[in-house]
Design a protein around this ligand. Structure first.
Ligand code: ADP
Ligand code: MG
Length: 303
C-alpha cells in the first residue's frame, strides 16, 4: 500500500530526546531508574510545580487512573486547561512527560522512530512514543485528532493488556516500562466525520471532561496567570461568559481561558482594557462585523 507510513523514507532530523543517550540492547527491558534511562528522560522531568487550580475531582480520578496505568483521554474545548493539567499531574506523580503536538503531516514513524543516516552508517532513533514506552514516561499526544487515523493506530497495542509497541522497521517489540502511560487530548467541538477518533481507538481510553472553570475559579486563574487584580480578572471572565453564550449563534468557539489570560497580560502591561480586549478577545475569534459589535459592547459593559 503506497500510503503505508512504514514505506516512506525520511530525512534525518535531530531531536532532543536522542542526544547522547546510551540505549539498552534491542529487546531488553530496561530496569527502572537505570542511569541511561534517567539521563535520557531528564529533559522531560517537570521540575517545578506547575500552577494548576483543580475544578472538580479530576486530580484524584487521574491519580487512580495512573495507578492502574489506564490510558486517558482529556476532552474539552481549546484553552481550558488540559495541557496544564497533564503537566501538573506529571509533576505530582513524579513522572517525566513527553508531549507530542499532533498534526496531519505526522506519520507513525514520527511517533515510533526511524533509521537515520549518519557518518558511520545508519542508526535507529526511537521516536517520542518509543522513548516513553521503553524508559517509562507519560506520553501526551496533544490534539490527537489532528493526526491521521493510520498514524493513531500505532498506539493500539500500547493501550490494551499487552502494553507493547512493535517497531516494525527495526524488528523489535518494546514491552512498555511499568511507569509508562499514554494520555491524549482532543476537542470534541472540532470533530467532523472525517476527523474523529475511530471507535476502536476511543474505547481504549478512560475519559475526563474539561470545560471552562466556573466564574470564581476562572477569575483566580486569570489573575494568577496574567498579573491583573482579581476585580479586573472577574470582568474579563464576565466578558468570556457573555461570548460563550454566543456559541452556536454566530461564534464557533467560546472565548477560552487562555484568551482571557492574554487580555489580562496586556492590561497588566498597561494597555487600556478596551484595546486589550479588542486585540486579545474580539478580533481573533470573529471577522463578522455584527458579531464584533456584539462582543465590543460586552466589553464596554465591564470596562
Ligand atoms: N485549572 C487551571 N489551573 C491553572 N491554569 C489554568 C487552568 N485552566 C486553564 N489554565 C490556564 O489557561 C491556559 C490554557 O490552558 P491549556 O492547558 O494550554 O489549554 P488546553 O490544553 O485545554 O488547550 C494555561 O496556560 C493556563 O495558564
Ligand atoms: Mg493543549
Amino acid at each position: 500500500m503506497s500510503s503505508d507510513p512504514f514505506m516512506r523514507t525520511y530525512a534525518p532530523r535531530r531531536q532532543s530526546y536522542s542526544q547522547g543517550a546510551a540505549r539498552p540492547a534491542a529487546g531488553s527491558r530496561p530496569a527502572a531508574n537505570t542511569t541511561a534511562a534517567s539521563d535520557l528522560l531528564a529533559p522531560y522531568v517537570v521540575k517545578e510545580e506547575p500552577y494548576y487550580h483543580p475544578v472538580a475531582d479530576e486530580v484524584e480520578l487521574y491519580e487512580a487512573a495512573y495507578s492502574v496505568r489506564m490510558p486517558m483521554m482529556l476532552k474539552g474545548p481549546t484553552g481550558c486547561g488540559k495541557t496544564r493539567f497533564v503537566e501538573y499531574m506529571a509533576w505530582r506523580l513524579g513522572k517525566p512527560l513527553i508531549t507530542v503536538a499532533c498534526n496531519e503531516d505526522m506519520t507513525a514513524s514520527d511517533l515510533v522512530g526511524r533509521y537515520l543516516l549518519d557518518a558511520s552508517g545508519t542508526r535507529w532513533q526511537d521516536g517520542p512514543l518509543a522513548v516513553a514506552a521503553r524508559h517509562g514516561a507519560i506520553c501526551y499526544l496533544d490534539e490527537v485528532v489532528e493526526a491521521r487515523q493510520d498514524t493513531t493506530v500505532v498506539i493500539h497495542p500500547l493501550t490494551d493488556a499487552r502494553r507493547v509497541l512493535p517497531l516494525e522497521k527495526k524488528g523489535e517489540l518494546i514491552e512498555a516500562h511499568p511507569d509508562f502511560q499514554i494520555v491524549i487530548s482532543y476537542n470534541p467541538g472540532y470533530q467532523s466525520l472525517m476527523k474523529d477518533l475511530k471507535q476502536s481507538t476511543k474505547q481504549r481510553f478512560g475519559a475526563l471532561d474539561f470545560n471552562y472553570p466556573e466564574h470564581d475559579i476562572e477569575a483566580e486563574i486569570v489573575a494568577h496567570e496574567s498579573g491583573v487584580d482579581i476585580e479586573t480578572a472577574k470582568n474579563l471572565v464576565h466578558i468570556g461568559e457573555r461570548a460563550r453564550n454566543l456559541k452556536g449563534h454566530g461564534l464557533d468557539e467560546g472565548l477560552s481561558t487562555r484568551m482571557l489570560i492574554y487580555a489580562g497580560s496586556l492590561i497588566a502591561k498597561g494597555v487600556p482594557p478596551l484595546a486589550a480586549c479588542r486585540v486579545a478577545l474580539v478580533r481573533p475569534i470573529t471577522d463578522d462585523p455584527d458579531m464584533r459589535d456584539a462582543l465590543d459592547s460586552a466589553v464596554t459593559t465591564y470596562f
